[in-house]
Design a protein around this ligand. Structure first.
Ligand code: B3K
Ligand code: ZN
Length: 853
């Protein structure tokens, strides 16, 4: 397997203008007939080299005449044909085996449903094709299957024909008038319950909305449908973007490698991001369903109408669409709390990725397996880069830029440079230095110092950009970094504030008329994805927590306060903690902010976030440091936590923002109280009384994290209550994996044999194996290496079953550099063992090479 490079991009030698597919579905022998109109690009004699994998070639016809194997060349991954005319009809017939397809790429069977996943390069498992996003064609798809088992036959576009055939077969033909790359092709066949609705667009067109779910699940699809309509309206109101086809379909399936897929007019979703009802879904689940529905819908413009020229440009559609879905969520809910949730992911996970062996720019330059680049960097940091443009240009100019981007590029496959050019032209802003964010990896650090002169009332702020060496050994240049700032003073003058543009290695700003020494509040709303280094003392942080006008900064000051003590506790667990910490939080509890925000202010930084901020940490010491701080806060504020907790226990269930915020705060209180005497009774009580999944899950989670006496009982009861409900049982498997007990590896090893466990199902594998490796920090990093060994064994199996899932779950092992040398050696030992596996997938090879080089 060799890597591909962005710099080697060349336009395709051939164009394919139309694709006519006939797909005769069968479990093991599905026959695909693909009739293409092919046109040579320019004059040349080069061969047509089509991609194709994991299928059997049956026949090749050129202009309806069969050619024999002397006229083409077949390899494991290509079909090459030479001596071709300027334009011709190419007919290729292949046979594929959907049931054997456990990689869940191309055409596969999920339970009783046939479905497809083509992004990034899965279409080549369905038929021979130029499987690259800059080849755009108009598709017509005829599906043939048994009428009883598969009453619904779906593909992209509009339904144009249907009918019955002999042997109880039927067919449906779909036509998608919008030229598209093959990664947006989709087909689904199955027996579903159908939730139907309509949406009238701003120009008055009625669009049919259809949501397909497993039989018996209709009511659990309603939230997704409401979310879809909200998304459609929001995109019209915010960006003037209207839906284009007459029908929009969403299908929920149980076997899916990621969250969902934006196939034109026919989204395929992991059922986790569709199905939700009051009893079985948490408040977070409801939030996530809405966000993913929105994300895929927004792709119809940012991704489908304008797509990527090549896969290195992935952030063109993903970064932009994540930014759009984050803005949507912020508009639908509390914007600060939404922003905090986004930032936590960037800091805890994206920063770690950028500091690890797979560090890459948001526009990668070198790729071996494209599926490895659907990363936090491309998505989340990509979204931060778009957000910085929004901050620099302002909302109006940003929207003008988006409009120009569509004017110029609708119907095209383009690059990140094209996007930035539209932004720059529409706003008449020079973004040439800013563009370095697309090519530079690593998390910048801002080193800030200041000086106040009381004689002249001037204040100087100096910011230096600093760059860590990244694994790709890239030379770093200074970036254009937008920094929201506010100078907090305790005189009666209004605070100065605004936006600083850091562009040089070191830059100093001077502020006049500053009547007393100010405290700088920097990076308001997290205006750039960077680390900030300024020596705030506890008093400063207390001030920021109360006086910063930016709510994000108020939250962040608390996080900095906690982080400082966690760092000290890592080296000195006996450290005397000051009562100030507790009094700061007492103020938080007592003030009249909204409860969702308060809950965020009370949550300590996570293990991952701290690990990303400390050099070569001992994982056990870090876990204990966090626990000590948490225990201290719990003891100091026991009375307040209990009072707040009790005041928020209600027997009525509601789902409005306030009720959600109340539950969040209540469960944060429970989390603290669960460290104290009396925890068992409290938790058991909440479990028994719970009338919703948020409360029920919170109870079993703290029972697991504190290994409470009630743990086994509540887990058994939960499993009895929810057996057969796949999505809820995923939660149950996860809680098992989080058990804070030295026998946890034995427990989860046993669960691999549980009748409801199946490693073939990605949600299940992630729920049990993933949750353990990502979130049971104590026992995953156990010094006897049993946690690492467990992950090794599962990865060895997943490598052949489903390389994409394996490649996700290897993440905690390849990020060994954050930990002390002993742990590094143990982790590397497992990686070495993986390299010796037979038939190692390209996905794992790429990551192992990077980690061990
Ligand atoms: N575009 C898909 C992700 C495809 C991942 C392929 N391994 C979902 C999304 O980002 O909307
Ligand atoms: Zn996306």
């Amino acid at each position: 397997f060799s890597p591909r490079y962005l710099k080697d991009y060349q336009v395709p030698d051939y164009k394919i203008s139309t694709v006519d597919l006939t797909i005769e579905l069968d479990d093991n022998k599905t026959i695909v007939t693909n009739v293409m109109n092919v046109i040579k690009s320019g004059e040349h004699q080069r061969a047509l080299v089509l991609d194709g994998e994991h299928m059997q070639l049956k026949s090749v016809l050129i202009n309806q005449t069969q050619i024999d194997s002397s006229q083409y060349q077949l390899s494991d991954s290509t079909l090459s044909i030479t001596n071709l005319p300027e334009q011709f009809t190419l007919t290729i017939t292949t046979e594929i085996n959907p049931v054997a397809n456990t990689a869940l790429e191309g055409l596969y069977k999920s339970a009783d449903v046939y479905c497809t996943q083509c992004e990034a390069e899965g279409f080549r498992r369905i038929t021979y094709f130029l499987d690259r996003p800059d080849v755009m064609a108009v598709y017509t798809t005829k599906i043939i299957a048994d009428k009883t088992s598969f009453p619904f036959l779906l593909a992209n576009g509009n339904k144009v024909e249907q009918g019955n055939l002999a042997n109880n077969l039927h067919y449906v033909t779909w036509h998608d008038p919008f030229p598209k790359p093959c990664y947006l092709f989709a087909l689904v066949a199955g027996n579903f319950d159908l939730l139907s609705d309509t949406f009238t667009t701003t120009s008055g067109r009625e669009v049919k909305l259809e949501l397909f779910v497993d039989k018996g699940n209709l009511s659990r699809g309603e939230h997704a449908m409401v979310s879809l309509k909200k998304s459609m309206l929001w995109d019209e109101q915010q960006f003037n973007l209207e839906y284009d086809l007459d029908i929009y379909m969403i299908v929920a399936v149980d076997f899916f490698n990621m969250g969902a897929m934006e196939n034109k007019g026919l989204n395929v979703f992991n059922s986790k991001f569709v199905l939700a009802d009051d009893l079985s879904a948490t408040d977070d689940d409801f939030f996530n369903v809405e966000a993913v529905i929105a994300h895929e819908y927004f792709h119809n413009w940012t991704g489908n109408r304008v797509t990527c020229r090549d896969w290195f440009q992935l952030s063109l559609k993903e970064g932009l669409t994540v930014f759009r879905d984050q803005q949507f969520s912020a508009d639908m809910h509390s914007s600060t709390v939404t922003r905090i949730k986004n930032v936590k992911i960037v800091r805890a996970q994206q920063f770690a990725e950028d500091a690890g062996p797979m560090a890459h720019p948001i526009r990668p330059e070198k790729v071996m397996e494209m599926n490895n680049f659907y990363t936090l960097t491309v998505y989340e940091k990509g979204s931060e880069v778009i957000r910085m443009m929004h901050t620099i240009l302002g909302d109006d100019a940003f929207k003008a830029g988006i409009e120009l981007y569509f004017d110029r590029h609708d119907g095209q496959a383009v690059t990140c440079d094209d996007f930035v050019a539209a932004m720059s032209d529409a706003s008449k802003t020079d973004l040439s230095q800013f563009k370095l964010w697309y090519s530079q990896s690593g998390t910048p650090e801002l080193i800030v110092s200041d000086d106040y002169n009381s004689a002249t009332n001037t204040y100087q702020l100096t910011i230096e950009q600093s760059y860590p060496q990244t694994h790709d050994k890239q030379e770093k240049q200074n970036l254009h970094i937008p920094i929201n700032f506010e100078l907090i003073t305790n005189d009666n003058e209004p605070n100065q504030g605004g936006l600083l543009h850091s562009k040089e290695k070191t830059q100093t700003w001077t502020f006049d008329n500053v009547c007393s020494k100010p405290l700088p509040a920097l990076l308001g709303n997290f205006s750039a994805p960077v680390k900030l280094n300024y020596h705030y003392n506890d008093q400063d942080l207390n001030t920021l927590m109360v006086d910063a006008s930016d709510e994000f900064n108020r939250w962040d000051a608390g996080q900095k306060l906690f982080a400082g003590y966690i760092k000290q506790l890592v080296n000195n667990p006996e450290l005397d903690l000051p009562l100030q910490i507790a009094s700061a939080l007492e103020q938080v509890l007592a003030c009249n902010a909204d409860n969702a925000f308060k809950a965020e202010q009370l949550i300590l930084p996570s293990f991952d976030e701290m690990a990303a901020a400390i050099v070569e940490v001992n994982p056990g010491s870090l876990v204990r440091a966090i626990t000590v701080l948490k225990g201290f806060i719990a003891e100091q504020l026991q009375v307040q936590f209990l009072q707040t907790y009790q005041s928020l226990c209600t027997s009525e269930f509601a789902k409005d923002g306030q009720a959600i915020g109340n539950r969040a705060l209540k469960n944060v209180c429970l989390d603290y109280l669960s460290l104290l005497d009396g925890a068992n009774a409290l938790v058991l009580n909440q479990f028994t009384d719970a009338n919703n999944m948020t409360d029920q899950l919170a109870a079993i989670k703290v029972a697991a994290l504190n290994d409470l006496a009630c743990f086994e009982d509540v887990m058994t009861e939960f499993a009895t209550q929810w057996q057969g409900n796949t999505l809820v049982m995923d939660k149950w498997f996860t809680i098992n994996a989080l058990h804070n007990n030295e026998n946890v590896v034995q427990r989860i090893t046993g669960l691999l044999e549980h009748p409801e466990f199946s490693i073939d199902n990605p949600n299940r594998a992630r729920a049990l194996i993933g949750a353990f490796a990502f979130y049971n920090s104590e026992y995953f990093h156990n010094k006897d290496a049993s946690g690492y060994e467990f992950l090794f064994e599962q990865l060895a199996k997943l490598n052949t079953i489903n390389p994409q899932v394996a490649s996700r779950l290897i993440t905690p092992l390849i990020q060994f550099k954050s930990f002390d040398n002993n742990h590094q050696q143990l982790m590397k030992g497992q990686l070495q063992k993986l390299t010796k596996l037979e038939s190692l997938s390209r996905d794992l090879i790429e990551k192992l090479d990077a980690a061990l080089k």
